[in-house]
Design a protein. Structure first.
Length: 418
């Protein structure tokens, strides 16, 4: 890949240029639109475009996503109407991969776009420098292609981490973990785009890479996958730090980093006390146990991290409190049954976390990040710091009423002094 070049230009001009690339089946590999422009409510959360070969000829396949479902439709080459409709949708960003280059279009103002282009094959003197490392990409049109992987199973990261065997085949026993990491990465990628489009996350550079910390990193599956995907696939300079109480985890991960030849730091320590050299831009926590997720959220808030993605694990704390305290009327019919009480505890815990993040100046989404057959712990809290004045009054009142009513003391509330 060449050094990226960035220009600012009128949005319409940038979209028009992109339109001709999207309409060219010989050029387009894949395009993704996501996020929303400030003050707008796009009909779709995300859209993906690629060409597929069907019996009736080559078609532009457009998959659009709302909050719960994906909708796929195929349009014959030359029929631009669906694409034109999609270009009207106020997405915050477009990523377009062609055989020759990668383009990232970020809408920075209502009528302005910042377009970053990275050539796949360096030209002339650069080509010699890039040498055998130069990337080449082919258009894949297989219709029944499986859902596209962000990082394929045979990626060296997964082989080194033992999710895949030495021939790059995913081990049957590790499929759920692979899927979890893959889906978390998907959310990380779209959230970074979204936060950048909203102007809440700075553009990283080689000198000032994006600082990502993975709290409760365990064996570093997510840490290494995020590093690999963001740098190699997305061309974003990042530095990753993993934090875990277990010394064995830091030893293991440091060895893996050396074998992969990537620079990543692993710190032994508890989330609530860890000291980082610099504040992170992105805080991740994937299944940090029980209230370790609260520690992670409290640290992220304290660091004023622009982007936080946390998939909570077990929820023992509130579940235990619910068992000890009298249930407010008329909810005894729910807490009478153990399984329902546990589920209620899960829901209360994450609703409270989302509410406390909102009070702390974040815009929060609570979404499912992976299908439940891969893990029942499949809720993701996605928080982007808005930095604006917090309308805390009504949210705080709601929070106070809820914890008083149920007689509970949420750990995150205590950590934040709320
Ligand atoms: C269920 S594992 C998840 C590991 C990893 N994030 C993943 O998804 O593969 C939870 C990890 O969090 C670590 N952990 C739990 N509480 C912690 C704390 N308070 N501080 C640091 N690490 C913690 C554990 O040692 C463990 O490695």
């Amino acid at each position: 890949m060449s050094e990226p070049t960035t220009i600012s230009e009128p949005l319409l001009r940038a979209l028009n240029r992109m339109r001709s690339v999207l309409l060219d089946p010989e050029q387009l590999v894949k395009a993704v639109a996501s996020g929303r422009q400030r003050g707008t409510q796009p009909a779709w959360r995300r859209a993906e475009l690629r060409y597929v070969d069907l019996k009736s000829g080559t078609h532009l396949q457009i998959t659009t996503y709302d909050d719960t479902q994906a909708f796929t439709a195929n349009h014959p080459v030359g029929d631009a109407s669906a694409l034109d409709d999609l270009l009207e949708v106020p997405f915050a960003s477009w990523h377009v991969d062609t055989v020759a280059e990668r383009q990232e279009l970020l809408v920075t103002k209502p009528t302005t776009a910042r377009v970053t282009t990275t050539l796949r094959q360096a030209q002339g003197a650069d080509a010699a420098a890039v040498g055998a490392g130069a990337e080449s990409v082919e258009v894949s049109r297989s219709h029944d292609q499986a859902k596209e992987r962000l990082l394929p199973e045979d990626d060296p990261v997964f082989v080194e981490l033992g999710l895949s065997d030495k021939d790059g085949r995913l081990k049957p026993s590790r499929q759920a973990k692979y899927r979890q990491v893959e889906e978390f990465l998907r959310h990380l990628a779209t959230s970074i785009d979204d936060a950048r489009a909203k102007g809440q996350l700075r553009a990283p550079s080689a000198e000032e890479p994006l600082r990502i910390v993975d709290l409760g990193c365990g064996n570093g599956y997510l840490t290494f996958a995020a590093q690999r995907y963001l740098t190699e696939v997305r061309g974003l300079p990042v530095v990753v730090t993993g934090v875990d109480v277990k010394e064995q985890s830091a030893r293991h991960n440091t060895d893996v980093a050396a074998r992969l030849g990537v620079s990543a730091e692993f710190v032994v320590g508890s989330i609530d006390g860890v000291v980082l050299d610099q504040r992170p831009d992105v805080v991740l926590a994937l299944h940090a146990c029980d209230t370790a997720t609260d520690d992670a959220l409290a640290r992220a808030i304290g660091w004023e991290a622009p982007l936080v993605l946390a998939a909570p694990c077990c929820h023992h704390d509130i579940a235990a409190q619910l068992r000890r305290t009298p249930t407010p009327s008329p909810y005894a019919m729910v807490t009478r049954h153990g399984i329902l009480r546990e589920r209620l505890a899960d829901t209360l815990t994450d609703a409270i976390r989302a509410s406390l993040l909102r009070m702390s100046g974040y815009k929060v989404d609570v979404v499912q990040f992976v299908e439940s057959q891969h893990t029942p712990r499949n809720t993701l809290l996605r928080a982007i710091r808005s930095g604006g004045a917090v309308k805390g009054g009504s949210v705080k009142k709601e929070y106070d009423e809820l914890i008083a009513g149920w007689g509970i003391r949420p750990k995150l509330g205590e950590l934040l002094g709320l």
